[in-house]
Ligand binder design. Structure first.
Ligand SMILES: O=C(O)C(=O)C[C@]1(C(=O)O)C=C[C@@H](O)C=C1
Length: 372
């Protein structure tokens, strides 16, 4: 049996040689970047990469061809990343940053749901001075902002118990709005009714609220009934005055409508928070922005999503969330929504955006913002 120490010494010697060769090759990457900056040309050159792979493949023994291919895929990826950094250093910014504005009006804001809804509460928290306007659905919030009727809008995007608000993700892709701010609210519900525990059989609320309290309702054999939003559900209970129905709403709404509260502090999970986003017509990059959201499509090929994740690893960027949504126009293909830490003022983030924008079939910056 070979001596392990001796093998390790051989490995160290090989690593030393590889290190020198690696540094030399990365130096070439910088030279290539300078040449492309001077003479034009895209960093990614698929034909050249295919030719490199082809010429090297036959030089590996059969059993090492797969590993050798992966090795050079990584090496060339690192070479491209070096070039994108050099491009950014030379002042080539990603196109998605060209629409950035310094400040924009926030005097008026549409929120999802009726007066008193959680989105209304979030809008009050984010914009205490703004004129607030209710919207019947998420789409209306996006339309009011897009048409310029209001400066911005507030909608929920994610709940820690019920998960993603999928429709909002789809709207972010369809509309040309940007996320400019976010906030989270601690969510718990009151059960309001003109009846009592003995008479209430059905409970109205928004589907998300019903799902966040599903176990609580089931335990009491109460039938969930969906309606447009939590505050609207409370208004319905008040209007009908039927002791057989109740609503799950927040305390603000219960007090505003002066409805009797049968139970409070209702939620299935010990902690239940909802994240809300504020959307506006153009993206901003405030000095304290620390989260970037993007949506992208990958080509339908092996390793396509792994490539995106590798890029984040190589740039040392912390991915906070990844969400996929089907693209109805092309069955079984997906849009990927990514949240990651960073600011568009940071060159490292500019380089990653430039690379993703240049190398993916579709890439859209959704915003750079801070969570209040
Ligand atoms: O030859 C080029 O154009 C390069 O940019 C160099 C290189 C490489 O590292 O080999 C990197 C990126 C291209 O996609 C192809 C090859």
């Amino acid at each position: 049996m070979s001596d392990l120490n001796a093998i390790r010494q051989t490995i160290n010697r090989i690593d030393g040689e590889l290190t020198r060769l690696f540094a030399e090759r990365m130096g070439c990457a910088l030279d290539v970047a300078r040449s492309k900056l001077e003479n034009g040309g895209a960093i990614l050159n698929r034909e050249r990469e295919a030719a490199i792979h082809e010429s090297l493949r036959t030089r590996f023994p059969q059993e090492l061809q797969g590993a050798g291919d992966s090795f050079f895929t990584t090496l060339i990826l690192l070479s491209r990343e070096r070039q994108y950094r050099a491009f950014v250093d030379a002042g080539r910014l990603p196109a998605c940053m060209s629409a950035l504005t310094q400040a924009q009006p926030k005097d008026s804001c549409a929120y999802y749901g009726s007066f008193g809804s959680w989105s209304h509460q979030a809008a009050c928290k984010l914009l205490p001075q703004a004129a607030l306007q209710s919207a019947v659905d998420f789409e209306q919030v996006f339309r009011l902002v897009g048409s310029g009727e209001v400066d911005c809008g507030v909608v929920p995007i994610e709940n820690s118990t019920a998960g993603t608000v999928r429709e909002v993700y789809d709207l972010l892709l369809r509309h040309r709005l940007s996320i400019v701010e976010a906030t989270t609210l601690d969510i718990e519900y009151c059960l309001v009714s003109t009846g009592s525990d003995d008479t209430v059989r059905e409970v109205y609320s928004h589907p998300q609220a019903l799902s966040q309290c599903a176990a609580w309702l089931k335990e009491r054999a109460l039938t969930p009934r969906s309606c447009s939003d939590t505050a609207g559900a409370a208004a319905l209970v008040q209007e009908r005055g039927d002791p057989g129905i109740a609503a799950l709403c927040n305390r603000f709404t219960a007090e505003h409508l002066a409805l009797p509260v049968l139970h409070s502090g209702i939620r299935d999970a010990a902690s239940n928070t909802t994240r809300f986003i504020r959307v506006a017509r153009s993206p901003v990059c405030g000095p304290d922005a620390d989260t970037v959201s993007v949506v992208l499509h990958t080509p339908h090929e092996r390793g396509a999503l792994a490539f995106v994740l590798d890029v984040f690893r190589d740039y040392g960027v912390n991915l906070l969330k990844i969400e996929s949504r089907p693209m109805p126009e092309s069955p079984f293909t997906y849009s990927f929504y990514l949240d990651f830490s960073g600011s568009l003022r940071d060159k490292n983030i500019q380089a990653i955006l430039l690379q993703l924008e240049c190398e993916l079939p579709f890439f859209k910056l959704l915003g750079n913002y801070r969570e209040l």
